[in-house]
Design a protein around this ligand. Structure first.
Ligand code: HEC
Length: 208
């Protein structure tokens, strides 16, 4: 395989870390042996990102940043739970420096996020890193897609936050750690966890 890849060891399990190290890496993944859950995870993540971005942009346009805080607070978890319900996977956003403690990473997510950070070049690696580990009867298939900050994100996650936004953030998130990001920093990741095959419902009940 010409694909550049690093192998991480998770409790004896070898998984492939796809770190967006080079622009040429992702296309080379599109081989016929690609796991269908990898493709589904990508579709879910794109849907999540797209819907959130639209909601955020229109809230910013119509009500300004203070109103847009509600989109991040209410709409983001709502989109995540809708996508989870429809797909059967657990879909969410996570960050090591989270604003909402409910978005704290699990140990495996933290390990991958830290590897993303280590492999990100300081010179502005534009591509969001990606990780996938296929599952089996005992292990869940898992996917993470890094999220980088664009300029719009800095309104609420940057180094100079206006007083009105600051006031609402302090009221809603007294333990906020999601500050002081700069353009193109790794803000966190979309996370998709599939049930392991041992958890899958039997075929006949799935038909109803
Ligand atoms: C209007 C303010 C605002 C803007 C703009 C904004 N965010 Fe957030 N962000 C929030 C709030 C509030 C939360 C906490 C949401 C929750 O309670 O789940 C959050 C949470 C997150 C999380 C989940 C992890 C955590 O810290 O809890 C990620 C990832 C994230 N934002 C990324 C982004 C990115 C990337 C952008 C730019 C595209 C962005 N945000 C723009 C306010 C904002």
């Amino acid at each position: 395989m010409s694909l550049q890849r690093s192998l991480l060891s998770f409790g004896g399990l070898l998984v492939v870390l796809l770190c967006g190290l080079t622009a040429s890496m992702q296309p080379s993944l599109a081989g016929g042996d690609e796991d269908p859950l990898l493709q589904k995870s990508r579709v879910l993540t794109e849907a999540f990102a797209g819907r959130l971005q639209l909601a955020l942009q229109s809230a910013l346009r119509e009500g300004g940043p203070v109103a847009a805080v509600a989109v991040c607070k209410d709409i983001a978890p709502q989109i995540a739970s809708e996508l989870s319900r429809h797909s059967g996977a657990r879909v969410r956003r996570i960050s090591v420096r989270y604003r909402n403690p409910g978005n704290a990473p699990e140990p495996w997510e933290k390990t991958v996020l830290e590897a993303f950070e280590r492999n990100s070049s300081d010179a502005g690696d534009e591509q969001a890193p990606e990780f996938f580990a296929g599952g089996d009867a005992e292990t869940s298939a898992r996917y993470l897609k890094g999220i980088r900050t664009g300029s719009v994100c800095l309104v609420c996650h940057g180094t100079s936050i206006t007083e009105d936004v600051e006031a609402i953030l302090q009221a809603e998130y007294p333990f906020d750690r999601a500050r002081d990001y700069e353009l193109n920093d790794l803000r966190g990741a979309f996370s998709v966890t599939w049930p392991d095959q041992g958890d899958a419902p039997p075929a006949k009940s799935a038909a109803h």
